[in-house]
Design a binder for this molecule. Structure first.
Ligand SMILES: [Zn+2]
Length: 307
């Protein structure tokens, strides 16, 4: 797996997305900036790669809290940086109260940031002296784009394709669909000639065919019964909280879950469990998967590779 010299992949834990830093002759850039809780670490890692250079551009593949949570600190430290977000999100960013609602929906946080530029589908973008195309990729998020470098056969796939699976199909949790779009995005990736994929989480991988095979099998499984996606979504959102806090009192779980609008929607639309039942179910599932441990009355996060 050889990366172009101008490209540096900062592989992060699952709470923060990976960051890709580009050192072009005349311009530097970062793609995705991690979760706000790790912002100091993000800044340090970026400074380390940039050395004495400044940061010229931020690109966010989509505005999930774990992909844009480092924007604030990078904008503060590099005041001239220009931030590029999916075009459809741009108007919402002008009104942070509206933008914040999208983070609140998942029970996650994001510090306020601003954006100057829009990325439209099929935009040509120069990063690290290479030509990239922004490929519109709905499914996991309705406004996400991926970055494809045809010349190098590299795809920055965000949460549309991981080595094992892909991110939760969030729109389906509250009845907006998304399975068809997820499949169409996989088809689009399948049509590219790729030697390397840099996912939003986990290590870069070269066996793209195998990853696609697993992703297709997963989307078929989810399409077979939307309850599966709802259950997965609820588990992922609880696991995210646990990664953020590291431990949670067992008795707090029903209230915590009830405070997350997307969990409520997923439960209401697909499961209809009572609060206590839902909390018990989610804890049991994560425990069985080895994603948490129960110590007395405390849930404790267990670091896992698959988040
Ligand atoms: Zn995401």
């Amino acid at each position: 797996m050889k990366l172009p010299k101008s490209m540096h992949v900062l592989e992060r834990g699952w709470l923060s997305s990976n960051n890709i830093v580009f050192l072009g002759k005349d311009q530097t850039a970062i793609v995705d900036t991690g979760y706000c809780q790790h912002e100091e670490q993000t800044l340090q890692l970026v400074q380390h790669v940039l050395q004495e250079r400044t940061l010229d551009a931020i690109y966010n593949t989509h505005l999930h809290s774990d992909h844009c949570g480092g924007n604030r600190i990078l904008q503060e430290y590099y005041p001239a940086v220009s931030t590029h977000v999916p075009a459809a999100e741009f108007p919402r960013l002008k009104n942070w109260a509206r933008m914040k609602l999208t983070f609140d929906a998942t029970g996650q946080r994001c510090e306020m940031f601003h954006a100057e530029e829009m990325v439209h589908p099929n935009d040509k973008i120069r990063l690290g002296d290479l030509d990239w195309t922004a490929l519109y990729a709905p499914g996991h998020h309705p406004y996400a784009y991926l970055l494809h470098c045809e010349q190098e056969g590299i795809l920055i796939s965000a949460d549309a394709l991981w080595e094992k699976g892909f991110g939760v199909v969030f729109p389906a949790l509250d009845g907006w669909g998304g399975f068809k779009e997820t499949r169409a995005t996989l088809d689009m990736i399948d049509d590219l000639d790729l030697r390397l994929v840099i996912p939003g989480h986990g290590k870069p991988f070269t066996d793209v065919k195998q990853a696609l095979k697993e992703a297709y099998s997963r989307i078929s499984y989810l399409e077979g019964d939307p309850v599966r996606n709802a259950q997965n979504g609820i588990k992922v959102l609880l696991k995210f909280l646990l990664m953020e806090r590291q431990s949670i009192n067992l008795s707090e779980v029903p209230k915590l879950l009830k405070g997350i609008p997307l969990v409520n929607a997923a439960n209401r639309n697909h499961m209809n469990y009572g609060d206590i039942h839902l909390a018990h179910w989610a804890v049991t599932q994560l425990k069985r998967a080895g994603a948490l441990a129960v110590e007395g009355r405390l849930l404790v996060n267990v670091e896992s590779k698959s988040g």
